[in-house]
Design a protein. Structure first.
Length: 269
């Protein structure tokens, strides 16, 4: 539980990074959310054997990290934490798809390895874009943007509460685990005790969530988002959104990596 609690506290750092004051941070959240949505849709629209065509799409998350002054090592760690799920999804592809599709000298690359590499590449791009989006916008800003784009308010509020109550759950869980260790004198948890702890954790988290909700109602909460600074969708946001969207569409139909490789091969003696 301590490791989970530490990981979530580390994840809260994304919200702190979102309080920066760069040009990317000052953009309206809707522009960043829509640009990221176009990016994700474009990336996942590629065929299962496409790998080199996905490489130029690294430009978007890299540019966002650079312009938002985000710590590169931290972003890479967060991506590496979530990408193992993609490895599990595609790990059996080389076993079932053994048809050789690419021949590099005497080395034949099967379709299974290409699809596996494509899954990993797309997961890195999409997960990285999502993490960077939260890092330069904040999760409340993302929920606010979704509501202003057209998502029903009740769904946006539920999404924000789900994110917040994850930390409430882990906070209660860490307290219970700490209390158990103090009373167990270093003994390991027995299977029968685990079920009882989970039940008590649910009840304690529920009660604390009710207290938080009553406190919010006492302070005038009506289901609306209130941010410290309000932004408008202006010319900068339009330029940001349409500029990146146009680049994504061009990269979707033009394999830049293959084109550069062909030019280099043609120039070399």
């Amino acid at each position: 539980m301590a490791s989970i609690d530490g990981a979530l506290l580390d994840f809260k750092r994304l919200d702190r990074l979102a309080t920066g004051d760069t040009a990317i941070h000052r953009l309206d959240p809707r522009a960043k959310v829509l640009a990221t949505l176009v990016f994700v849709v474009t990336v996942v629209s590629f065929g299962k054997y496409e790998v080199t065509a996905l490489v130029p799409f690294l430009l978007f998350p890299v540019a966002m990290v650079a312009l938002g002054n985000l710590p590169v090592s931290y972003i890479i760690k967060k991506i590496a934490l979530l990408c193992p799920f993609a490895l599990v999804v595609g790990i059996f592809n080389p076993i079932f798809d053994r048809e050789v599709l690419v021949q590099i000298g005497s080395l034949g690359i099967t379709g299974g390895w290409l699809s596996f590499a494509s899954i990993v590449m797309r997961s890195i791009l999409t997960v990285g874009a999502a993490i960077v989006l939260v890092g330069v916008t904040g999760f409340p800003g993302v929920c606010l943007a979704l509501e202003r784009i057209g998502m029903p308010r009740v769904f946006a509020v539920q999404l924000l509460f789900l994110y917040r109550y994850i930390f409430v759950l882990t906070d209660e869980g860490s307290r219970m685990e700490r209390a158990r260790k103090l009373r167990a004198f270093g003994k390991k948890m027995q299977p029968g005790i685990f079920g009882s702890l989970v039940g008590h954790l649910l009840l304690r988290t529920w009660q604390r969530a009710e207290r938080i909700h009553m406190a919010m109602l006492a302070r005038g909460f009506t289901g609306e988002f209130h941010t410290r600074k309000d932004t408008e969708f202006g010319s900068r946001e339009m330029l940001f959104l349409f500029g990146w969207s146009a680049l994504f569409i061009i990269l979707r139909f033009l394999n830049l990596s293959q084109l550069v490789g062909s030019l280099v091969t043609g120039i070399s003696p």
